[in-house]
Design a protein around this ligand. Structure first.
Ligand code: ADP
Ligand code: MG
Length: 366
């Protein structure tokens, strides 16, 4: 069973405080949608409104074309997995999974079948007779997911389900979730503040900030064509470099002059850009130590981060601004070195004074 979900013009207030302001969003059947944004931006609130745990102040939520925001949670056919697991401590794993199904008087054989199937999928068959207190965090999380799976809901909602796991287990569980997703054909909405979880799991990401949706797109659209400076900052590590620039036109495209006078040709059409103050954004992977031709700038290595597969150089330019460049893992650079840098202007982004992006042409971007 699966479902498309339509959110139209939804707002939410707590007293005088508006936490969501006129959000609209369509989720396709079987889509894995991730709500990504900083803590407090309203991700959980939106998820809880879909589940029916919070009321909707304005707007509508529909599943398969039928309005559900007026229905009690139990009639929405949605299963939610919480960060806190929310298992019943006095019940065994099997009883935790069976509980909701017994409540709707499903036949015992069917309940056993579903539990066996979920236990097989999640590899928790050997834990069925234990109580939650006898499980590790990762095992509890699987049971919580199992309890959702046995309901065979139209949609799964996950609220930061990996947050309570330690780093190694988090990565493993993330991979398992990706595998699970391929076995369970259902619509899934996953809330996280972690951009790596969003990038690795999502079919599409909804980037939220400040009561609003900043951008909706596939992980690579969000990464390659961020719609705003906020998105460009929030997604990608290290965070994008920003430089104030002056612009001029060259053959229909913009050239940007960096504060030290370096000229960069961009893939952004001049016609798309209005006059005003602009900031150029460029990721570290498009800034490399120069070994040959190309427009270069230079500066002094302030900080060096060795990540094994690559090395990040924090380079202080002549005007005092710092730009992060990417070098090979085996970089010979040392703190205090003077380095020349090549900036790939074709992979640069431009933002207006309000932080809205003028993105490069798709074709130029590859
Ligand atoms: P997120 O999940 O993105 O971290 P939340 O949806 O939990 O954010 O919260 C969004 C905003 O709404 C926050 O500023 C939070 O303080 C506020 N908020 C959430 N729940 C309540 C509540 N029950 N009463 C008042 N304010 C709330
Ligand atoms: Mg939350």
């Amino acid at each position: 069973m699966t479902a498309s979900i339509e959110i139209q013009n939804v707002s939410k207030r707590y007293g005088a405080v508006t936490v969501l302001d006129g959000l609209s969003l369509s989720i396709k059947a079987n889509e894995f949608m991730v709500f990504l944004g900083p803590s407090g931006c309203g991700k959980s609130t939106l998820l809880r409104m879909i589940a029916g745990l919070e009321s909707v102040d304005e707007g509508t939520i529909s599943i398969n074309g039928e309005r559900i925001d007026t229905l009690p949670p139990g009639q929405r056919d949605i299963a939610m997995v919480f960060q806190s697991y929310a298992l019943y401590p006095h019940m065994t794993v099997a009883d935790n999974m069976a509980f909701g199904l017994r409540n709707i008087s499903l036949a015992p054989e069917i309940i056993s079948e579903r539990i066996a199937e979920a236990a097989r999928m999640l590899e928790i068959g050997h834990l069925l007779e234990r109580k939650p207190g006898q499980l590790s965090g990762g095992q509890r999380q699987r049971v919580a997911i199992g309890r959702a799976i046995v309901k065979e809901p139209k949609a799964f909602l996950f609220d930061e389900p990996l947050s309570n796991l330690d780093a190694a287990l988090r990565v493993r569980t993330r991979v398992e979730l990706a595998q699970l997703r391929n076995r369970v054909k259902s619509t899934m909405i996953f809330v996280t503040h972690d951009q790596i979880e969003a990038m690795t799991l999502a079919d599409r990401i909804v980037v939220m900030n400040n009561r609003k949706i900043e951008q909706i797109g596939t992980p690579m659209e969000i990464y390659s064509r961020p719609a705003s400076r906020f998105v460009a900052t929030f997604v990608g590590s290290p965070t994008m470099n920003f430089l104030s620039v002056t612009l001029k036109e060259t053959n229909g495209f913009l050239s940007a002059n960096l504060p030290d006078g370096t000229e960069l040709r961009t893939a952004i059409r001049a016609a798309s850009v209005k006059p005003g103050d602009h900031t150029l954004g460029i990721r570290a992977e498009a800034v490399k130590p120069a070994n040959g031709a190309g427009p270069t700038t230079s500066g002094t290595v302030d900080v060096l981060e060795r990540l094994g597969d690559r090395t990040l150089l924090y380079v202080r330019l002549k005007d005092g601004s710092v730009i992060v460049a990417e070098d090979a893992g085996s970089s010979r650079a040392a703190i205090g070195d003077e380095v020349a840098l090549v900036l790939d202007g074709q992979r640069s982004h431009l933002f207006d004074a309000e932080g809205r992006a003028f993105n490069p042409e798709e074709a130029e971007h590859g």
